[in-house]
Design a protein around this ligand. Structure first.
Ligand SMILES: Nc1nc2c(ncn2[C@@H]2O[C@H](COP(=O)(O)OP(=O)(O)OP(=O)(O)O)[C@@H](O)[C@H]2O)c(=O)[nH]1
Ligand SMILES: [Mg+2]
Length: 279
């Protein structure tokens, strides 16, 4: 399978981020806890150079808790300030404020020494499409927050969300297009649904998922399928199609339909809490 790319969008998004990043103290990068490496764009290192860095492992409700802890530790050791969040349910959101404060400790201290009190730190959310940026902002900002408009000279055309007395959030998140450094990265992004399914071969994708599950989560796979694992991924898909009642004309098993069902079930967490890569 070949994963394609859209350079036009990428350049525009990058330019917007470069502009915005000048205004902020801390970059809050959302990554997908199921693919904590593949869901990052390595350009962020250069873009966020000199800024304090927070990494949020979002959608951790869908990832394997053991590996999520390993990944958190991995990023902690690299000097990032990290937290696990489920933006959809709000779980872990309350810790984020504290993590931001920790990341910006020096700045707050510096301000205090200069007699500047309560100047909020300014944060920007960044992440690849569909990682949960909007959901996170809504959950983090809550209903009580106030959206502030232009500040002449400084933030022309920008909307800020005043979260509390400590934090101000740029309303527009930075979209980092994922980078397909290799086929595995592309595959991971496709599996979690970050690539438009129209351009993918879904049967091939589902077969790849079956192979991964067979190797890493055999029991989870068997429980999900409801039958013992046979040898070949396509055989499994065929058997699964029969099981789910996916039939084509002539009563042939409809592997294509079964593939879509399986991918949907993976993406929504119905198969289980499954991580696709490890530190
Ligand atoms: N299970 C789960 N789903 C989540 C979580 N956060 C977001 N989602 C879902 O992920 C999908 C994408 O969320 P968005 O907030 O629209 O993502 P985004 O990063 O703003 O996407 P773009 O605006 O397209 O770049 C939605 O269906 C959300 O409900 C989470 O922590 N757990
Ligand atoms: Mg969004």
């Amino acid at each position: 399978m070949n994963f394609q790319w859209y350079p036009g969008h990428m350049t525009k998004a990058k330019r917007m981020m470069q502009e915005n990043i000048k205004l902020i103290d801390v970059v809050i990068e959302l990554i997908d806890a199921r693919i904590p490496a593949s869901s990052r764009n390595p350009d962020i290192e250069q873009l966020a150079n000199g800024k304090k860095r927070v990494i949020l492992l979002n959608k951790y409700d869908l990832a394997d808790d053991v590996h999520t802890r390993e990944w958190k530790e991995y990023y902690d050791k690299k000097g990032y300030f990290t937290a696990l969040v489920n933006s959809k349910s709000g779980k872990g959101i309350r810790d984020v404020n504290e993590v931001i404060m920790k990341a910006c400790k020096e700045k707050i201290e510096r301000d205090r020494k200069r007699g500047i009190l309560n100047r909020p730190v300014r944060a920007m959310i960044v992440g690849i499409p569909n990682v949960g940026k909007s959901t996170f902002i809504n959950s983090f900002a809550g209903k009580a927050c106030t959206r502030t408009g232009d500040k002449p000279g400084v933030t022309k055309g920008k909307q800020w969300i005043r979260l509390n007395k400590n934090v101000e959030l740029l309303d527009t998140p930075g979209i980092l297009w994922p980078r397909f450094e290799n086929q595995k990265t592309g595959l991971n992004l496709a599996l979690i649904g970050s690539i438009n399914d129209d351009i993918l071969q879904l049967e091939e994708l589902a077969a790849e998922l079956v192979v991964i599950l067979k190797n890493e989560y055999p029991e989870v796979l068997e429980t999900y399928l409801g039958f013992g694992i046979s040898a070949d991924a396509y055989e499994i898909l065929e058997e699964y199609a029969v099981k789910r009642g996916c039939r084509q004309k002539g009563n042939e098993p409809d592997i294509s339909r079964a593939s879509i069902l399986m991918l949907d079930d993976y993406r929504s967490g119905k198969i289980g809490k499954i991580t696709l890569e490890y530190p």
